[in-house]
Write a protein that binds this ligand. Structure first.
Ligand code: GLC
Length: 438
């Protein structure tokens, strides 16, 4: 790795300065010092803003300390809000104000177009190296020829289930379809409650009105052949029979196999409930694996994972994941770029996989024996990644956040019974037409 070291010569001439010369030298030193302050001098601190998750933040800290030792640049780590939706508003405040306070941002896979004008183009710093990454992510992060972010870890959902409980009720395999999941969840929930487990629920998922609901709802919708919100050619696909069927079924889960509060749950609420032993099934991302099967988990050893169940049109898994990007307003762009290189390196990604069950974006790590032995599910995810469904962030560009907000709000109205699927989806269709000028 290129180290950034600046040496300031202290060997002055032998004391025979003339006043003009001295003045010139003084001025030069001033310029040099002003230029260096907050520029790329070794020792300048770089600030990176990251996911607040407990185990991943510890891995991030460890990588940052290694980077400090190697380069002499201090790294300050800030915790971003857990919710992707809140995080985007916070980032937009910093970036909108052209703040130099944060150098490196952890960026959601759906944001490169939205943040285009605020992020540095890294294509000259990462050239042939990009061939080592999942090509779909490099393509996703390239906007108008600019490589705006380097893929750090990728997300696809898993169905987590309590293997012990399924077996207890005679189910040898996880559910293959959403209908089977509904039946199994209801059977286990009924049986366990009769046995005194009053707090047990069948299925938890991300039902709060935020970006996570967009992911869940899109999976339900695509698995019913109900379209992709906005198709690649730009057609709006929300008011469809498949989407109505999918959302009506999910609304039926609320209060039956899923707690009424599920419409306020994000990833961590689900994980905590599942980990405390109060849920049979959970939809969540890979990060939860290391926690629910970790030393401190009451359900460790009882949990297995599977693909999400299929609807009438098959299975669907939404593509998520996070990248690292350098702010255009950074005063230390070269050092910030080196930090991105370090965190997204093979070593950095391997540590993230081993310590926080994050899926690598570097293809070679899917054949890594240490990762396979710590988390055997990780190598098996390659296939799911290749077939994952992208949200329409590339298609609608800067309008994505507005499109997604209208979408999850409409689905949330259906889930909470505030609106019928028919009405919510026809309103949504009209709103999206306005946003997209159709
Ligand atoms: C995960 C995904 C991200 C998604 C978010 C929604 O963090 O990686 O892409 O937007 O969940 O909650």
């Amino acid at each position: 790795m290129a180290k950034i070291v600046h040496r300031h010569s202290k060997q002055y001439a032998n004391g025979q300065w003339r006043p003009a010369c001295a003045a010139f030298l003084l001025l030069s030193i001033c310029i040099l010092l002003t230029g260096c302050r907050g520029r790329d001098s070794a020792g300048d601190a770089i600030t990176i803003i990251l996911d607040p998750g407990a185990n991943s933040f510890a891995v991030d800290q460890q990588l940052a300390r290694e980077f400090e030792r190697e380069t002499g640049h201090a790294v300050r780590l800030l915790k971003a809000p857990a919710s992707s939706t809140e995080r985007l508003s916070q980032y937009l405040q910093y970036l909108g104000a052209e703040s130099p306070d944060v150098d490196v941002y952890q960026v959601d896979v759906i944001w490169p177009a939205t943040l285009e004008n605020h992020l540095a183009d890294l294509s000259e710093s990462f050239t042939t190296e990009t061939a080592a990454f999942l090509p779909a992510l490099i393509a996703n992060n390239t906007i108008n020829g600019k490589l705006l972010a380097i893929p750090w870890y990728v997300d696809v959902p898993l169905l987590y289930y309590r293997d012990d409980l399924l077996r207890k009720y005679g189910f040898q395999e996880p559910p293959a379809t959403w209908d089977e999941l509904t039946t199994m969840a209801a059977a286990v929930q009924r049986g366990e409650r009769m046995a005194g487990q009053a707090a047990l629920w069948g299925f938890v998922w991300q039902g709060m009105a935020y970006e996570g609901l967009t992911c869940n709802a899109l999976e339900w919708q695509v698995s019913e052949g109900g379209g992709r919100i906005v198709a690649e050619e730009g057609a709006i696909e929300v008011n469809t029979p498949g989407a109505r069927r999918a959302f009506t079924r999910a609304a039926g889960w609320v209060g039956s196999i899923s707690p009424p509060g599920v419409t306020t749950y994000a990833e961590e609420e689900c994980r905590q409930m599942f980990q405390s032993g109060n849920a049979v099934f959970m939809r969540n991302w890979p990060y939860a694996y290391s926690l629910v099967n970790g030393n401190e988990s009451p359900v460790a050893g009882k949990v297995r994972t599977a693909s999400l169940p299929a609807g009438s049109a098959g299975r669907a898994a939404v593509l998520g994941g996070w990248q690292l990007a350098v702010s255009r307003y950074s005063k230390n762009p070269a050092a910030a770029t080196e930090l991105v290189r370090y965190m997204t390196s093979r070593h950095g990604q391997k540590q993230e996989a081993l310590g926080a069950s994050r899926l690598p974006t570097r293809l070679a790590l899917y054949d890594d024996p240490d990762i396979a032995s710590e988390f055997p599910f990780i190598p098996t995810m390659r296939h799911t990644l290749d077939n994952a469904v992208a949200r329409p962030s590339k298609v609608v560009g800067v309008d994505y956040n507005e499109v997604s907000t209208y979408y999850y709000q409409a689905v949330h109205e259906i889930l909470t019974g505030q609106n019928s699927a028919d009405e919510a989806l026809s309103n949504l269709d009209a709103l999206l037409r306005k946003v997209l000028d159709q």
